[in-house]
Design a protein around this ligand. Structure first.
Ligand code: NAD
Length: 478
């Protein structure tokens, strides 16, 4: 593998950080330090925003079709360099190579979707009547700041940057320091294929760099994906200074299993939904709500399924899931599980974590708990690990009430063979995304995002793209 990129990508090239501070980049599968991540100072961040502000007017004037062509070229180059990008993401984030290969493809598709939509962001003529001519124009914001988490590093920058660029904005991305190398590579690729210097910049670092970026008055829109707590503080800053904000936040997503479902298929789906990516997914099925009539039939199937989900080498073929991102994450998930057990929860499937990770990496095997006390922390807090909680319901109404309980509203799944029931429930569930007999069915063409504590606004699809432009209403009278 080539040397890891270091520094910030500003004005079209990697440059050394003005800040001397650096953070360790760690391979979560081995615990080994693999490199350094520059921790941007406010000065570094300011320089990146200046580069974006300089480049923004010309990019906004670039014909939309040309903007789309550049996104197509980025997609093609990502596919060409797909194996390298996938390996870098697996090394940095611990996701299995099968997952990161799929994410390279999805990142390319995301750029292609936005490329195709770029010249379809049209204003409208509004028939006000009389002698006036009323119409709308969709204008870019200017400089967009994108703050991303570590759990899907390449896809996160590809998603946010492709929306912002297609709509004619310049961008400054601040990826998570826990996995940021493919974000730097993405920016290099964009400039290699013809994006003008300064249109896309990447500064690396932690929360201090992130808050400097969000506070910069020249940033007109912030798009953030990460935890609910951080999202709320970012929204407060944006609100105070009048910047637009989109938030893709946490969740505690339910998967509802009804007696009329194909239970073998439901158990397989539940395993993928709860334990895929070691549960480090905002839409992970952290709660499995089971109709009492099928509980005894489903539990052994779930137990068998959980055995398949063991943490292992992300690069080994056939590994179901990689490690947790850090020792701190491992200890936090362990504490949530141990707290639930101390309050009376029992193990329904899988393996309880011990007191320490079983090797140098941060591996945890999958598990499902049941009879969890309502006051257990895991009932309220996002675990972000390979653990799910089984709850039981007796009626459809009770299932809906349980699914909608709590502050989140990101995604929900339903396993049923009853189409009328599925239709009823898709309307009643408080969630931005609902999947019936499938899960994590994400696509660049489908809007994605959450309600309530899970977020504001959407990304992907036309709805997502529209949140990267603002309409101007024009009335002309002669
Ligand atoms: P995080 O909130 O800790 O960090 C997200 C980003 O914000 C990082 O780049 C981080 O450096 C930066 N940041 C941290 N503090 C900041 C501050 N005060 N001001 C500005 N920026 C700041 O989240 P994380 O641990 O990286 O990611 C996991 C979380 O992300 C989970 O809660 C998960 O549910 C959520 N997530 C949501 C989605 C979604 O689309 N809804 C997708 C993936 C992850």
């Amino acid at each position: 593998m080539d040397a890891l990129p270091t520094g910030h990508f500003i004005g079209g090239a990697l440059q050394a950080s003005r800040s001397r501070d650096a953070l360790d980049a760690m391979n979560p599968a081995t615990g080994a330090v693999i490199g350094k991540v520059a921790d941007a100072s406010a000065e570094d961040v300011g320089e990146a925003v200046s580069a974006a502000a300089r480049a923004a007017p010309a990019w906004a004037e670039t014909p939309a079709r040309r903007r789309g062509q550049i996104l197509l070229a980025i997609a093609a180059r990502m596919r060409q360099r797909g194996e390298e990008l996938a390996r870098l993401d697996s090394l940095d984030s611990g996701r299995t190579i099968a997952e990161t290969r799929a994410q390279v493809e999805r990142s390319a598709q995301q750029c292609e979707y936005c490329a195709g939509a770029a010249d379809k962001l049209e204003g409208r003529v509004v028939p006000l009547g009389g002698a006036s001519f009323a119409h709308t124009a969709l204008e870019p914001y200017g400089v967009v700041a994108a703050l991303t988490p570590w759990n899907a590093p390449l896809l996160q920058i590809a998603q946010k940057a492709s929306h912002a660029l297609a709509a004619g904005n310049a961008v400054v991305v601040k990826p998570s320091p826990l996995a940021c190398f493919t974000a730097l590579r993405f920016a290099e690729i964009a400039v290699d294929v013809g994006l003008a210097p300064g249109v896309l910049n990447v500064v690396t670092g932690g929360g201090t760099a992130g808050s400097a970026l969000v506070a910069d008055e020249r940033v007109a829109k912030v798009t953030f994906t990460g935890s609910t707590a951080t999202g709320r503080s970012i929204a407060a800053t944006c609100g105070a200074r009048g910047a637009s904000v989109s938030l893709e936040l946490g969740g505690k997503c339910p998967l509802l299993v009804f007696d009329d479902a194909d239970l073998t298929a439901a158990a397989t789906l539940a395993g993928r939904a709860a334990f895929g990516s070691a549960g480090q997914s905002c839409v992970a099925a952290a709660r499995i709500l089971v109709e009492r009539r099928c509980l005894s039939a489903l539990l052994p199937l779930l137990a068998r399924e959980a055995e398949r989900w063991r943490g292992g080498d992300p690069f080994a073929p056939g590994t179901a899931m990689g490690p947790l991102i850090s020792r701190a994450a491992w200890l936090r998930v362990r504490d949530l599980v141990h707290d639930a057990v101390a309050r009376g929860a029992s193990l329904a499937a899988g393996t309880l974590p011990g007191d320490e990770p079983r090797g140098a990496g941060f591996f945890m095997d999958a598990l499902a708990l049941r009879e969890v006390a309502p006051d257990a922390r895991i009932m309220r807090e996002e675990a972000f690990g390979p653990v799910t909680v089984i709850e039981v319901f007796d009626s459809e109404d009770e299932a809906v009430a349980m699914a909608n309980a709590g502050p989140y509203g990101l995604a929900a799944g339903i396993c049923t063979d009853n189409a009328a029931r599925a239709r009823r429930l898709t309307r009643k569930l408080t969630a931005g995304n609902v999947w019936v007999n499938t899960y994590k069915a994400l696509d660049p063409a489908m809007p994605f995002g959450g309600n309530n504590a899970s977020g504001i606004n959407r990304e992907c699809g036309i709805d997502g793209l529209l949140s990267f432009v603002r309409p101007k209403a024009i009335v002309e009278a002669y």
